[in-house]
Write a protein that binds this ligand. Structure first.
Ligand code: 13P
Length: 254
């Protein structure tokens, strides 16, 4: 059975000091729910602070809360100044890694080929890749959404084994909805998620039912419950509304 996942992508926000403060407030208000996993993606320099703060007042780890990094290099080590690798992220306490976020694709020129190599690197390191994909507004207006996202899905997952495909996570994030306050309707999200699951079925058959497909793009505490009720929407990948503990706690409880 696929898991419900609520994921917070902090992007380039919250260094170690801010992360420590967030985690204090989050841990104080967090109630574990057996039906969902919470994953935080702080900047890599804040992973240690997030890990240290992911504890109850009595010191026991918060159950159901995992950490991830926002990017890795496709090589495991070497002369790649400024980059971090899958094994390093794993060593620092990450269980997940975002791959191919639209900001990486658009601002850093990341290609489908690099996404495929990063997914493979994630698997080598024991990280679960969260492959992000989504169409731009221009592509949507040209009616190319299904073609674009299925292409990104097939290309990004192309280096994984069937077993690895089954345990990876997909995040549909329409570029026009990211940070714009313009959310896809639950019905729109559901339609694209259904198309993505059908493309997964071509790759892994019935085990496509086990893959969690998250929605991202202006998800907030106000619309989270409606989005999560939509068929085939298995969770959320949240940017701006995950930056304060109060807002993130209400999304986690949606
Ligand atoms: P916003 O929630 O700020 O729109 O960002 C979504 C996103 O890009 C998450 O990865």
């Amino acid at each position: 059975m696929r898991r419900r996942i609520l994921a917070a992508n902090w992007k380039m926000n919250h260094g170690p000091t801010a992360t420590t403060g967030f985690m204090r407030d989050f841990a104080a208000g967090y109630t574990e729910r057996p039906d969902r996993d919470v994953v935080l993606f702080p900047p890599a320099v804040s992973i240690a602070a997030a890990r240290a703060g992911s504890r109850r007042p009595d010191g026991t780890p918060l159950a159901g809360v995992a950490l991830g990094v926002q990017n890795i290099h496709w090589e495991d080590r070497g002369a790649f100044t400024g980059a971090i690798s899958g094994p390093m992220a794993r060593d620092a306490g990450a269980d997940y890694v975002l791959v191919g976020h639209s900001e990486r694709r658009q601002l850093f020129g990341e290609t489908d080929e690099q996404c495929a190599a990063k997914c493979a690197a994630a698997e080598r390191a024991g990280l679960t890749p969260v492959l992000c994909l989504g169409e731009t507004l221009a592509q949507r207006e040209r009616d190319e959404t299904a073609w674009v996202v299925v292409g990104q899905l097939r290309a990004g997952l192309s280096a994984l084994t069937q077993q690895e495909l089954t345990t990876s996570v997909i995040a549909y994030e329409p570029v026009w909805a990211i940070g714009t306050g313009r959310t896809a309707t639950p019905a729109d999200a559901s339609e694209i998620h259904r198309i993505l699951r059908s493309a997964l079925r071509d790759l892994i058959g019935d085990r496509a039912e086990d893959v969690s497909i998250l929605y991202g793009g202006s998800a907030t505490a106000a619309n989270a419950a409606d989005l999560l009720r939509a068929p085939d929407v298995d969770g959320l990948l949240v940017g701006g509304a995950s930056l304060t503990a109060a807002s993130w706690l209400s999304i986690c409880a949606a």
